[in-house]
Design a binder for this molecule. Structure first.
Ligand code: ATP
Ligand code: MG
Length: 275
């Protein structure tokens, strides 16, 4: 039996219910016992992915909220199953997923480690982690923040430069990199973001930002794993008015309606249930 009903914010993003993982509170408990209907095979044998993980020298470009990485305990089965899912991404067989769970049940700890693992493995999957803050923000600024984080993490992966995950580049630096180092799509995107900003075309700015992973994956024949943490905040903290005084835009979860269908840029939405 499922512990909670299908979360309405996740449902607006178009991730089907059978691709949602429900998480329970205890790190050591088998969180997957309540999701037997999720179509992952739980093999006992080691997957190719696990072998690579074992042989990977872990790096931690994304500072994990848990602090010292050794403090993360348990969750072996979860990481094994998520490893099998990650294994499918290069083969274009993976589907977007969501994790739902109560406050403080350990969702962020799991996905931040997934980011660091995928980054460290340095294969053909580029990870992008973005956490939607509990802080009011004006819509075009949100679009720029999202794009800067994506572009900086993308460059950090190409250059193997951990600092760019912690300190996102400015739009100017992203454009400069795009011009000098070839992903010219970066320079075009920055130009379009600024062009739209001048004309107050804020929907177009957000569209450039949220479609970037799929566009990059297509142009450069890569796979991208988009991890959006604290997804429930997307309907509560983004404002259409600059002063953030009116009502937050409650429709933005719907932006992911189409992108979650992608087989080359997979989305992993993480949301608290508020219970
Ligand atoms: N596997 C784990 N081992 C040890 N400590 C953990 C583990 N998972 C989470 N924690 C600790 O539990 C607390 C809550 O974890 P985390 O922030 O990941 O939960 P969350 O579900 O993302 O919470 P929220 O609903 O607020 O987003 C943190 O202090 C974290 O360090
Ligand atoms: Mg969290």
């Amino acid at each position: 039996m499922r512990p909670w009903s299908y979360h309405n914010i996740i449902s607006r993003s178009n991730i089907p219910e059978d691709q949602v993982i429900f998480i329970t509170d205890c790190f050591s408990k088998d969180i997957f016992s309540c999701i037997s209907y999720v179509s992952w095979s739980d093999k006992n044998c080691e997957t190719a992915e696990e072998k690579i993980v074992k042989n990977t020298k872990m790096r931690y470009p994304l500072p994990e909220r848990i602090g010292d990485p050794d403090l993360l305990v348990g969750r072996e089965k979860e990481f094994r199953l998520l490893g099998q899912w990650l294994d499918l991404i290069p083969k274009r067989l993976g589907k977007s997923r969501a994790i739902l769970g109560r406050r403080k049940s350990g969702k962020t700890a799991i996905v931040q480690r997934i980011f660091n693992r995928v980054w460290s493995e340095n294969r053909n999957v580029v990870p992008f982690y973005f956490s939607i803050r509990e802080k009011k923000i004006w819509y075009p600024e949100f679009a720029i923040e999202y794009y800067r984080a994506f572009a900086s993490q993308y460059i950090s992966f190409l250059e193997r430069d951990e600092r760019l995950v912690r300190n996102p580049l400015s739009l100017d630096k992203i454009r400069e990199y795009g011009i000098s180092e070839s992903p010219d799509i970066l320079a075009e995107d920055v130009n379009m973001l600024l062009w739209n900003r001048e004309r107050e075309l804020h929907d177009s700015m957000w569209e450039i930002a949220y479609t970037a992973p799929e566009r990059f994956a297509g142009v450069y024949d890569q796979r991208i794993l988009v991890i959006i943490d604290e997804f429930q905040n997307i309907t509560q903290y983004i404002y259409r008015d600059k002063a953030c005084k009116e009502k937050p835009d409650e429709t933005l979860a719907g932006s992911f309606h189409d992108v979650v269908e992608s087989k080359i840029a997979l989305t992993f939405l993480i949301s608290g249930t508020g219970k």
